[in-house]
Each structure stands twice: as C-alpha cells, then as structure tokens.
Design a protein around this ligand. Structure first.
Ligand SMILES: *Cc1c(COP(=O)(O)O)cnc(C)c1O
Length: 390
C-alpha cells in the first residue's frame, strides 16, 4: 500500500483555464440559464457530428435525452424496446419512464455490444424500438441493427453516452438511428458537469424535444426574456425540466475544442495498457474493429478467478489500497433486485453480460492521467497478478 502518493480519481475530468474563464463570463453577464452559450454549444456539437444545427438539442443529462427521444419517437405503454443487458441502469430506466416495456438481450462476448441475432430473436408484434449502447466507445454492429430496424419498421435510438468520438464505417455514432443521445456527465469523454445532447434525423423531432425539455412550453425562456421583448408562451403538453444551462455549455464549448487532443491521449494510454497487460492471465479488451473509430471511453480488464487465481472484488480492493480509483461497468442489468422483481429477469439468461459484469474492472483512462500515474496503474495491476498466481 502506497500512501505517499495522491489517490488517482477514476474518470477525473480535465478542466482548464478556458472553461473556468467562460463560466465566470456567464456569471458576470448574469445569464446562467439556457441562453447564447447553449445555442453556441449546440451549433458546435452539430458541426462536430456533421449535422445541421436544427438537428440537435442540449439537455441536462443523457438520461433526459433518452427519455424525451423515446417520447418523440411515439413510444407508448405496452410498446417494447429492445436493449442490452450490459449497460448503465439509466438506459433501462428511461425506457420504463416512457411507460414502455424494456426487453433485454445478451451482448457478444468479445465486443460487449448488443448481439444483433439476439435482437432479431427478441422481436414481437409489440416491439417498437431498438436501443443499442456503444459500449466503452466501441461501435455496435450498426449495419446489422439498421437492417433489422428497417425490416421490422422499428425506431433506432442510440445510447452514445460512451461514444462521442465513435465512428462506424465512416459515419458518426448518433447519426444512424432516428435519435442519438450523448452524456456530458463528469466522467464522460467531454463534460459539462451534468449534461446531455440529442441528435435527431428529423428536425421536427428536435422541435418537439425542445418543447418537451422545457415544461411543454412553445417558446424557450431565452426567447421570452431576451431583448426582442416579452413573448407569450403557450403550454402545448405536460413537459419536463430537462434544459441545459449556459454555465454548463460554457464548460462544454471548451471541452469540445480539445476533443481530438484528449482522444489521442486516451488512445495512447489504451494502447500502452494493451501492451503492458497482454502477457498477464487477465483478458484485455478486443482491439478496435477495422473501419471504425473507438472512443476509448473505458479500458476494461476481465479478472476470471479460475484463471487469475483471485477474485475481481479482491482486485478492486487491491487497486483501491494502491491509491488507484477503479470502476465496474457494469454489473449486468438483471442482477439488480428492482428489475428481477418487476420483470422476472435472471442473470443466467444473459450469460455473456453476467460473466462480464462479474469479472470486469475499469482502469483510469482520463486524458488528465500523467505518465507517472499510468506507470502506477500498470505496476499495481502487475503486482496484484504476480501475487495472485503465486
Ligand atoms: C452515463 C450513462 C448514461 C447516463 O448519462 P447521464 O448524462 O448521467 O444521464 C446513460 N447510458 C450510459 C451507457 C451511460 O454510461
């Protein structure tokens, strides 16, 4: 145990002076809520995704983005949405909040992404949508998923929380489906503290999403109180409070400026982990597939007790005691009591997701990680495995 060095926080955001100055500027301008900086962040994010500015809407989280995308997709109680058993709970909860029924399918063992064959097998006459997650930043098999969606006339909603930089066969993640939903949570590849974004193929869906994200009001507050004079608003439906603030967008604007630089840093780190751990009795992630771009959001090792000689949870403890923050992405969805009780799901029915969820550990992959911190992570992993195999 090494207490002389500071703890390496998992997923530490990299915040620089530009973000700090931009937030201060919002505060001095006394415009904190949704305003010009949100509009700018939307424009710049749209440009990054090669879509028109009226095809994106900023929200206060990816969970909110998923929820109102599914409402805009017309999902109703009784409808079924097929998603992956290996994801963050928010993916499934957002389906539940629309009133629709989540239907889980297993992941492929190597890619850890939703298995298109399992998706096709799960389709019923009530299926209305498929909700893939580009796990760890690796694109799902979009050719197959788009073909299934077309064939069965289903909506496709991409959970791009890990996948801001992801590309598949030359096309950007979030532009395959009717909707792509992004997260700017503190640990994500770019952050606004909390925040999200919807990219939609149809600009009418974005118009509806903007209404749903702000109380169901027909005009947003910036337009109401701006210098163009007071505008009456009309409530056209019972909406939500899901809008992004200018203070958040102030951070995001400068995070987006450094997106390529930080992606390169994480790619280097990811490759160096691959090289450092390839000889150890642990399972390293599969390399990025040809003609794709991995977003390198998570670097995950699988610790199989039968092979490594010690449990995943012992590994987590060892890393923490070595001063290194680690994560688990994720215990599979059917392991959680709420879903077991409500839907009768059993972890064993999704064997790949179950096994990954019980063996996986995410190592620090922040662009903020220094070389010396990277060596500390590598040493801690090697030391653990050396002791374990003895
Ligand atoms: C982080 C995450 C979300 C939720 O994002 P928020 O912005 O925190 O709401 C949804 N899905 C996945 C896969 C995530 O990792």
């Amino acid at each position: 145990m090494n207490q002389s060095q500071p703890f390496i926080v998992f997923g530490a955001p990299q915040i620089e002076q530009d973000e700090i100055d931009e937030v201060v500027d919002s505060m001095r301008a006394s415009w904190l809520g949704t305003g010009p900086k949100v509009a700018r962040f939307e424009r710049e994010f749209a440009a990054y995704k090669n879509v028109q500015p009226d095809h994106v809407a900023a929200t206060n989280s990816c969970t909110a983005a998923l929820h109102i995308s599914m409402l805009a997709a017309g999902l109703k109680p009784g409808d079924e949405v097929i998603t992956t058993a290996l994801t963050f709970c928010a993916t499934v909860n957002a389906i539940i909040h629309t009133g629709a029924t989540p239907v889980l399918v297993d992941v492929e063992a190597d890619s850890m992404n939703i298995d298109p064959h399992a998706v096709e097998a799960a389709i019923t006459e009530r299926t209305r949508a498929i909700l893939p997650v580009h796990f760890a930043g690796r694109p799902s098999a979009m050719d197959a998923l788009v073909a299934i969606a077309r064939k069965h006339n289903l909506k496709l909603i991409e959970d791009c929380a890990h996948a801001i930089e992801t590309e598949y066969h030359g096309k950007k993640a979030g532009t395959f489906g009717e909707f792509g939903c992004f997260s700017f949570y503190a640990t994500k590849n770019i952050t606004t503290g909390e925040g999200g974004m919807v990219v939609a193929q149809d600009e009418h869906d974005i118009a509806r999403i903007k209404v749903l994200a702000l109380h169901g009001m027909s005009k947003d507050a910036w337009h109401r109180f701006g210098d163009a004079g007071y505008k009456h608003y009309l409530v056209t439906e019972a909406g939500f409070k899901y809008n992004m603030m200018d203070i958040q967008a102030a951070i995001g604007i400068h995070q987006l400026e450094r997106i390529e630089q930080n992606w390169c840093k994480r790619q280097t780190l990811w490759n160096r982990y691959q090289a450092a751990f390839s000889e150890l009795p642990v399972t390293c992630p599969q390399e990025a597939e040809n003609d794709t771009r991995h977003a390198y959001h998570l670097y995950t090792l699988l610790i199989d007790e039968a092979r490594t000689g010690i449990s995943r949870d012992a590994f987590l403890e060892h890393m923490t005691l070595s001063g290194i923050g680690v994560g688990v992405h994720y215990l599979s969805i059917p392991e959680h009591p709420y879903y077991q009780e409500r839907y009768g799901w059993r972890a064993e029915d999704y064997p790949n997701a179950m096994r990954i969820g019980r063996q996986t550990v995410s190592l620090p992959l922040s662009a903020k990680l220094s070389d010396s911190e990277m060596y500390r992570v590598m040493d801690a992993v090697r030391e653990f495995v050396r002791v374990a195999v003895k």
